[in-house]
Design a protein around this ligand. Sequence first.
Ligand code: NAP
Length: 485
Amino acid sequence: MTLQLNDASLLKYQAYIDGHWVSADNGKTLTVTNPVDDSPLAEVASCGTEETRRMIEAANRVQPGWAATTAKQRATLLRDWYNLIIEHQEDLARILTAEQGKPLSEARGEILYGASYLEWFAEEAKRLYGDLIPAPASDKRLMVLKQPVGVVACITPWNFPCAMLARKIAPAIAAGCAVVCKPASATPLSALALVALAERAGAPAGLINIAAGNSKTIGAELTRNPLVRKLTFTGSTAVGKQLMAACTDTVKRTSMELGGNAPFIVFEDADLDAAVAGALAAKYRNAGQTCICANRLLVQAGIYDRFAEKFTRAVTQLNMGCGTKDGVDIGPLISSQAADDVYDLIEDATHKGAKVLTGGSRGTGSFIQPTVLSNATTDMRVFAEEIFGPVAPLFRFETEAEAIQLANDTEFGLAAYFYSRDLSRIWRVAEQLEYGIVGVNEGLVSNEMAPFGGIKYSGQGREGSRYGLDDYLELKYLCLGGIDA
Ligand code: NAP
């Protein structure tokens, strides 16, 4: 792979198992492609059942020792790893843009966002407090200890290949768990580079293992193997459901960060310029390929035309191009197939009466023009499906009750947004939206200090924040008797 890096040794093409970089047992590789034109970028070891089993066994061997480390030792590893990511952030961003396609400015943002979870959980590791419970008898003392859940399997998607992995490994390591990771086949290089820096930071052999490869065979071993005590997954709802079902046999804990269908509601009393800026940020980041992207823009009738005009004007100013070029706002989608799928959604909407206000055409390769559709209706696929592309359908509503009904009319429940300046409405609407995350007069909501996660078919569990360690811990109740008064 030809990529100008300050430190070319960050490019890894092998799996990392028990402290060694290794090829697949059968020598197989998978091809990582450039999203701009689907041309081959690199060959990466494509592992299967046996390599996955070895990763799990290696993790299981170090598990008791890592669980016995002090919080300070765990925090130090995370902090040293964080510092290395900061030192190599430009190289990591370049690797990310090359395989994922997002503009370099956004890739730099993702690297810092991912690193922020390492910093956060380095700090949280030291606050992993237990509890002392008032006893029912004077000769007893009751306590709750928090202990690591055990070996954790992490499966991550291609849209944020660095941040999603960091968001899982950091709390696991902080809680005292060893991990086995499978990155998305489209974007393994970012994940492997991150793990290369963990190795440099001094992670002991077996603590962090990673292999790309056939998702079905690796997934089957990760879910079936009883040594794995927890699976944390970020990806589509369809795959998440399969993995949850597969984990029942060995009664594993699961955390699921799944798909979304975010409503973005603009009420008549909103600050329209702020709403336009918020919608741009919430819709077009990563070319619309984020799970919390505004999927359905619901606009109140009295301001519909004014909002549509201002928003469309702003969208026409977005620059589409290769992520490596300066000034690009919208990169390619992850593949030409993804662009075909998004274009199908545009065609479905226009056949059913949507009007294209800007964009609407299929660029070459994996590009879709930033698009705004007006007159969107609930029978269109864009109402029910996750678009995962730079397409904003505008739906019209009359009343607050109708907006809430439309917003909640989906199986998903990850993120929702609304704009209003009426304090009573803000409370009413925020409380009635069936979502794990609500942005009020704000289009950018993700940060390491806040709990990230959804309800309904968007998943279970929370990542980041002071709640983020809970998913990696078991509670142990200790009853101490025979205390002389
Ligand atoms: P995906 O197809 O579900 O893939 C996600 C990961 O699961 C990849 O590593 C994939 O491997 C693996 N996988 C696929 N089938 C599997 C199986 N049968 N067993 C085990 N692993 C399997 O999702 P995606 O297209 O990569 O990501 C987009 C989705 O992720 C969207 O729905 C988006 O909303 C969601 N997402 C959610 C969040 C959140 O926090 N809620 C964040 C980001 C993205 P391969 O790549 O090798 O197939």
